[in-house]
Design a protein around this ligand. Sequence first.
Ligand code: CUK
Ligand code: CUA
Length: 665
Amino acid sequence: MTNTPSDSDDDVLDPDALVERHEKELQDLLAEVDEPTPSDDSPSLNLAGLELDRRDFMKAGAATGVMSGLAGCTGSLMNGGQSGSNQQSSGGSTPEHLVEPGEHDEYYGFWSGGQSGEIRVMGIPSMRVLMRIPVFNKDASRGYGYDDETRQMLEDAGDYTWGDNHHPVLSETDGDYDGEYLWVNDKANGRLARVNLTYFETDAITDVPNMQAIHGCTVQSPDTKYIFGNGEFRTPLPNDGRDVHSPENYESLFAAINPETMETEWQVKVDGNLDIVDTDKDGRWAISSAYNSEEAVEVSGMTHDDRDYVKAFDVPAIEQAVENGNYEEVNGVPIVDGTQESSLNQGDNPIVRYIPTPKSPHCVEVEPNGDYAMVAGKLSPTVTMLDIDALDESSDPEDVVAGRPKVGLGPLHTTFDGNGHAYTSLFIDSQAVKWDIEAAVEAENNSTEPILEKQDVHYNPGHIQAVEAMTTDPDGEWLVSLNKLSKDRFLPVGPIHPDNDQLIHIGQGEKEMELVADHPAYPEPHDCVFAHKDKLDPATTWDKSDYRTDKEFVTQQNSGVERTGEQSVDVKMSSMRSEYGLSEFTVKEGDEVTLTVTNIEGVRDIIHGLAIPEYDIHLAIAPQDTQKVTFTADKPGVYWFYCTYFCSALHLEMRSRMIVEPRDG
Ligand code: CUK
Ligand code: CUA
């Protein structure tokens, strides 16, 4: 380091000392906090309740190394000296996760693609990658972002070249997946995208106004009335240059987006920030976790208080406020004031309930019956269970906290098998912990009694998902632990490692958890969602009545070239094995060319590509699909355009010429 941003030499620490200091700070943070009482408004970190045993400290130390990103840590440290961890094996009854050649998987899995901006489709239990669906990213393989329609969609949604997607969610009817759509957030640019599950392609992206970092994202159960998005980062409102140096005036918003129009119907501003969101099963409550109730702009401030506020949004009450005109409009969206001081939050029916919860809690997941919302403590070793029915009466933790099992260090996310068990990922302990939901209600707070079993995972899990866990009736056969780190599990591939998704057999919760497979994952899935294969009905060819924009289905007969202006040309052609509808077409230098290409085949899995060399154009055209691309023919010469999908023995011969005549030639 040649440049140290400190003003005196005393502040210059060597890297080891920095790491050590960082670990010490995090250890202090991880010290347990007492259950907060609503009257306790002293925000200081309570170290008196410190009860970490030696193993906890070792793990915390190891994990802080991981969290800091400054120092490697060894798996043996983190997983040495187990207590209460089941060795794997349960004897015999695990169904084979290796799906035989030619056989199909039982479930579709949809993985968010993190910084890649895509959705990945995988089969469960084989964990085979079946398809990748570009969403916020251009992807030449599927011609996404190259044809006019998808290029325009990406441009209208801010013209960014990437996204950071975290939470794929499936459309629901009657609390079950209906196989129609998937939505996913872009945390980076505050966007939401929709994937059509008939065609497995992105059909809409919306840049949600007034929000930076849409993080939490969920459909409203049971019938997908809204998609909810949480604005994690607080910004001035509107973020147009005002208040830039006044963080106390920054706002964090909760947004309700119409699933069909993708318009933002309303937003609610809150105190503190918002993280993850899930809804009840009756269309009343949306419950968001949050950290940074301190409204700080640095980590030490954000983690200062012993508790943060989970926010429960009373959706019908908010709709009523909007209907009554009780909002301010910013950038075309009605924004309802949901801060604690708001007049809408006084009296018996506040629109947002603020529930104190320890400590910088991360997730909210509502269990299948809709009785409890599970809020994992992150910096507290507990999961706080909120009694959803009690929310109506109160936001006093005395009334709404139904249980608080002590599950282990660094709890992040919880999933369900539908048989009364919850499974929570422990980031710091590197484990999946299975616990009994009713037992946790019965037990004292901070009890470990409800814990049934722990399974080591490798390493540092974020999300954890069981099959169909977000429905009212999960299948509960398999569970995936989405581990952030893979360290030593695979052949080394340089300093940027893959993640490690691990498949765990849980057998409806009636057996011990069994780790059955490791799968490297390209950076960096955060979450996934699984639907039984029978709930989807993907198309095998396009139906032209489903074309989203005005596109002509071009047959061989009406393939041709038409000059539409001094410098514009329409070119239309069909494609089939193994020729295009035109063996050549000629335009003039400087012409704007609109090229429309239809794949006239009706046979499944016969795709034709169209690449135009040196014009940066690639289309992928499925059977009965039509694609359109507009470009300026600004380079005179001969360009062999060709098919990029291997479609027949004469695939290499499937090519034609674009001739661009010099304009003054
Ligand atoms: S977040 Cu990444 S591990 Cu975006 Cu769902 Cu919890
Ligand atoms: Cu068509 Cu290759």
